[in-house]
Design a protein around this ligand. Structure first.
Ligand SMILES: C[S@@+](CC[C@H](N)C(=O)[O-])C[C@H]1O[C@@H](n2cnc3c(N)ncnc32)[C@H](O)[C@@H]1O
Length: 401
């Protein structure tokens, strides 16, 4: 929008918002019922029996009416525009827009409060609110939301904080789209069970202890299976089914907390983000390190190593949730291993595993959810750890790339 155009909108918006659509209509109603003297062409005086003044016909009233209607329509248009545009803006642009006129300021405040109320943008079963008791930062963290991991950026922008239906998120089948030629060459095929919950019947299901980094691994039904999303062997494919919240800590930044009691073994969430190659992961880690020295960036690039059964090879999976991912990107590190158990989950027919979190023990409402970021290896630029556990080593584990 040009400068002049913007100013024009500002002036119109300010005036119209002050008048208000209802106020304008009410004024128009009064015009027709009482016909105040001020509108009489003779400059006033009594209008006996509420009759029309001489020389002042219905067309004059219609003219006044249509002007009033136009103003109220413009006000409605401004509000409509604000609702369409503002949810697409990242915080700096939203704040710039809110300073242009009163309608935009009101609309921007509404967008912000809807963002604070649900980090998941209506894409999960329950809203996941931001809670900031510290006031040391903006009231929410801005990122694009994806319920599941994906292999290429699905969209460069996404509305957040609007009142319309939620944005479309990547779905579990996008994982399978990233897959291997194995499925195409029919090396894997899905199950055809009548009921996959009967373990000995379904070839897809199974839990194996000690996968990558000492984690367990789990197999679930996949894209080639005949069962649907309701299948009992797709626990991790239905998104987050428990109540969570994101709480700000002065030392650790945002952290994910339980907002209900969670039982040991319960599925919490997947670590959703973008699958990147190791070369790209190295490039990004380097860039995030550089940025961290000048800005408050909080990188969320996780490297998972899965040791293959032969013991000789290892599959490395890099998941970057720094800018696009789900709320697992807020899970902080704990030196004692935390209360979450990381499990590698592979959908039948998929080559790449997904990293999923289950409750490692019973968790009370309000408790922070944490896990161990891995073996602590001191890097040159080590970051201090504030997990506040007895076992704390004093610095965060970090990946040697
Ligand atoms: C995956 S993010 C976790 C969410 C992050 N706290 C935020 O505000 O976005 C990882 C970053 O969180 C911070 N962090 C995580 N665990 C921490 C801990 N125990 N002590 C201090 N900082 C921690 C570090 O800045 C780390 O680079």
């Amino acid at each position: 929008m040009g400068r002049g155009g913007g100013r024009n909108e500002v002036d119109r918006g300010r005036y119209l918002f002050a008048a208000g659509a209802n106020g304008a209509n009410a004024a128009a109603d009064r015009l027709f019922t009482r016909r105040p003297a001020a509108f009489a062409p003779n400059g006033g005086g009594k209008m006996p029996n509420q009759t029309k003044p001489k020389h002042f016909n219905n067309d004059d009233y219609r003219g006044i009416m249509s002007q009033t209607e136009k103003k109220s329509t413009n006000a409605e248009n401004m509000e409509h525009w604000a609702e369409l545009v503002l949810p697409w803006l990242p915080p700096p642009a939203l704040s710039a827009a809110s300073s242009t006129c009163r309608s935009f300021r009101v609309a921007a405040a509404a967008v912000t409060s809807r963002r604070v109320a649900d980090a998941a943008r209506g894409l999960e079963t329950y809203p996941i609110p931001f809670c900031n008791p510290t006031s040391d930062s903006p009231p929410y963290f801005y990122f694009l939301y994806s319920r599941f991991s994906f292999s290429s950026i699905p969209t460069s922008s996404q509305p957040w904080g609007g009142i319309s239906s939620p944005p479309v998120a990547a779905n579990p089948s996008s994982i399978d789209a990233f897959i291997s030629s194995a499925a195409e060459t029919n090396l894997f095929s899905g199950c055809e069970c009548a009921d996959c919950s009967l373990e000995d019947e379904c070839s897809c299901s199974g839990f194996h202890g000690g996968g990558g980094m000492g984690m367990g691994s789990l197999s679930e039904c996949g894209a080639d299976c005949l069962c649907g999303l309701e299948c009992a062997n797709r626990i991790t494919q239905k998104g987050i089914q428990v109540r969570l919240k994101i709480v700000r800590d002065l030392k650790k930044g945002w952290g994910l907390h339980a907002d209900q009691v969670l039982c040991r073994g319960e599925f919490i969430c997947e670590y959703a983000g973008e699958f990147v190659t190791t070369k790209e992961a190295r490039r990004r880690l380097h860039a995030y390190d550089e940025l961290a020295s000048t800005t408050k960036v909080s990188p969320a690039l996780l490297v998972v190593r899965e040791h293959l059964p032969s013991g000789k090879a290892c599959l490395r999976v890099n998941i970057d949730a720094t800018n696009i991912g789900n709320v697992a990107r807020f899970i902080n590190h704990s030196c004692d291993g935390g209360n979450l158990m990381a499990v590698l989950v592979r959908n039948s027919g998929s080559f790449l595993p997904r990293l999923c979190f289950f409750a490692a023990l019973d968790i009370s409402e309000g408790e922070e959810l944490t896990f161990s970021y891995g073996d602590a290896r001191l890097r040159q630029k080590d970051s201090p750890c504030f997990c506040r556990k007895e076992a704390c080593l004093g610095f965060l584990p970090s990946e040697e790339t």
